[in-house]
Write a protein that binds this ligand. Structure first.
Ligand SMILES: *Cc1c(COP(=O)(O)O)cnc(C)c1O
Length: 357
């Protein structure tokens, strides 16, 4: 493994009051950097002062979008220890996204050691209150200064850190969702399975339209028949129907969320039946009519669990669980956040310690 160099900063930023800042507005003093070219491969891993970067106006990412990213969190546990949630799952997914966009795979071990060293150096930036965290954003983008349409020969990987407030600053609350039957986010054979800016670009307009109509998020249907349920906003979606947890299977157009995987593992541990399969919007409407749709919720690193209180499809509103947070959603939210804060003992190896107490 290449040695990770360190370049000290001369100026330190003032740390913000995390409870009053939005998501991703403040960044720590350092970042991790590594570069790729064909001759040297990924080389020169280093921790450097956080700084603006300059790119050529012909930078291929700006024109053709060859880029990927990850999002994970570090927490300060009750006893002061700093941990990261499911680090290796996120780094392995980064390489899976890289494969789908023809970006050269990184050496997971180097990035893993670099990330841990970065968090260790920046430990003062990990906020202490329950629900607060240090958001970790690794990303890779093409850096060729060239307008020809081709796979880039050079890349940059950066990891930046941003302290974030508890997602539910005003309490854990259900959201209103519009089922999108016009726009689509991803198609089989496309990039839906990669964590890449393209999927976000494809979803912004529909998200804005849903907002204008008074909804918080869009529920995406499949891009071919507009029949099968895929994701909600940029989260995975899960249903509790007749006591069973049902979520769309990872069929190529859905991102394999780490939170989704955690929810399924914890539900299994609790002895609750789970099913990963294709599920149509008609099946959800039918279950609702029959009084069998107990709960609907999204899952993702930012919110952990996002309970859905209302689903609107073709002008019909379905009020889920009387618009209140379901007991399974609440229990799962408490459990996962409990593992992260250290209040609940981790029996499945989700938590990785960065610092000793
Ligand atoms: C990141 C992301 C998710 C959630 O994944 P987690 O690993 O749980 O944070 C779901 N869908 C999309 C499109 C995403 O980009």
């Amino acid at each position: 493994m290449a040695e990770i160099k360190f370049e000290a900063t001369k100026t330190f930023k003032e740390k913000p009051d995390v409870s009053s800042i939005g998501f991703g507005t403040h960044f720590s003093d350092y970042m991790f950097e590594m570069n790729y070219n064909r001759e040297d491969g990924w080389h020169d891993p280093k921790i450097v002062p956080y700084h603006d970067i300059s790119v050529s106006p012909a930078n291929t990412t700006l024109h053709y979008g060859q880029a990927i990213f990850e999002g994970m969190k570090a927490f300060r546990q009750q006893d002061g220890k700093i941990v990261i949630f499911r680090t290796l799952d996120h780094l392995n997914r980064l390489n899976n996204s890289a494969r789908l966009l023809d970006i050269p795979n990184v050496d997971i071990n180097t990035v893993h050691q670099g990330l841990k060293k970065l968090i260790e150096i920046e430990k003062e930036w990990v906020p202490a209150k329950i629900g607060q965290s240090l958001y970790i954003r690794p990303f890779i983008f093409a850096t060729d200064p060239y307008l020809g349409v081709s796979v880039s020969d050079t890349y940059k990987l950066l990891i930046i850190l941003s302290p974030v407030a508890a997602y539910y600053a005003h309490g854990f609350a259900p959201v209103k969702i519009m089922v999108e039957d016009h726009y689509v986010r991803a198609v089989p054979g496309g990039l839906g399975e990669a964590k890449t800016p393209a999927n976000y670009a494809a979803s912004l307009h529909a998200g804005l339209v849903a907002h204008e109509k008074g909804y918080d998020q869009t529920l995406w249907l499949d891009g071919v028949e507009r029949k099968y349920i895929e994701e909600v906003g940029s989260m995975n979606i899960l249903f509790k129907i007749k006591g069973e947890i049902v979520t769309p299977s990872l069929c190529g157009s859905i991102l394999g969320g780490i939170t989704r995987k955690t929810v399924l593992a914890v539900a299994k541990e609790w002895g609750i039946p789970v099913s990963e399969r294709r599920i149509t919007i008609d099946e959800v409407c039918e279950a609702y009519k029959n009084g069998e749709l107990d709960e609907v919720f999204g899952s993702g690193t930012a919110a952990v669990i996002s309970p859905v209180g209302l689903l609107s499809y073709k002008g019909q509103d379905m009020i889920i669980n009387e618009g209140k947070i379901g007991s399974f959603s609440q229990k799962m939210f408490d459990h996962i956040t409990g593992l992260q804060s250290g209040l609940i003992k981790d029996t499945q190896g989700f938590i990785e310690g960065v610092t000793k107490i």
